[in-house]
Design a binder for this molecule. Structure first.
Ligand SMILES: CC(C)(COP(=O)(O)OP(=O)(O)OC[C@H]1O[C@@H](n2cnc3c(N)ncnc32)[C@H](O)[C@@H]1OP(=O)(O)O)[C@@H](O)C(=O)NCCC(=O)NCCS
Length: 202
């Protein structure tokens, strides 16, 4: 990835973590993204919603970016690509289902390419998105969920400071099956009085 890619209009949505950098998707990312997803397919598919048959095509990429832009514009979701410090695409993380009003919370989901596992990239990305959520968006709480047998994902969340809060039955349809999920939560460390969204009821 070219260094110039970091000098662009999405300046406000570029995040830095301990050993990662995060930024929104751009049209020119297609080939690198599709190549990493393709080579990691067997590793990722058991833990993700079923991939549409055209998922790795340019047409689907354009639709994906258009949906992402729509959601970012409305403050509903913030999808990021995750890069190592030496600018190699290693994975992705999304803050989604941002709810305002009395909730002031969002959900996170993530993946890392198979060649890049166990380098701490995802924990760093989760911490960076948590800081963004609490300090920049003023959210109060983050949620995440994983299948009970997904030991790596459970490890990521615990290491990033999340607390296991419960079990939701048949919570998400993963790889074609409605799977039970462990639920995790992280509450903003800031005192309640410092939350920008406090007492906003709309
Ligand atoms: C879950 C996933 C994102 C973890 O990514 P990662 O970048 O390898 O995770 P990290 O290197 O940040 O690991 C952080 C911690 O998670 C745990 N962990 C990660 N991989 C693990 C593994 N294979 N076995 C056991 N624990 C693991 C460990 O506690 C690890 O800390 P440690 O290395 O100091 O022991 C990755 O395995 C993945 O993409 N899996 C497939 C898709 C998926 O499960 N997505 C999430 C759905 S809820």
């Amino acid at each position: 990835m070219a260094l110039l890619d970091w000098i662009s209009s999405d300046h406000d949505l570029r995040l830095a973590g301990e050993n990662v950098r995060l930024r929104p998707h751009r049209s020119g990312d297609f080939e690198e993204w599709a190549a990493l997803r393709a080579r990691s397919r067997a590793f990722l598919q058991p833990w993700e919603p079923t991939w549409p048959t055209d998922d790795l095509t340019r047409g689907a990429w354009r639709r994906r970016l258009s949906a992402y832009a729509h959601d970012i514009e409305r403050g509903l979701a913030y999808p990021f690509l995750v890069y190592s410090s030496d600018n190699v695409l290693v994975g992705g993380i999304t803050l989604s289902n941002v709810r305002r009003g009395v909730a002031q919370m969002g959900s996170i989901g993530y993946w890392v390419g198979e060649p890049f596992t166990r380098n701490g990239y995802t924990v760093s990305a989760v911490r960076a998105v948590a800081r963004f959520s609490f300090e920049r968006l003023g959210l109060h709480r983050l949620e995440a969920a994983c299948i009970p047998s997904n030991e790596p994902s459970r490890g990521v969340l615990l290491k990033a400071g999340f607390t296991q809060e419960g079990l939701a039955r048949a919570y998400l349809r993963i790889n074609g099956i409605w799977e039970d999920h462990l639920l995790f939560g992280l509450v903003s460390p800031a005192p309640a009085s410092e939350h920008r969204g406090e007492d906003v009821l709309v």
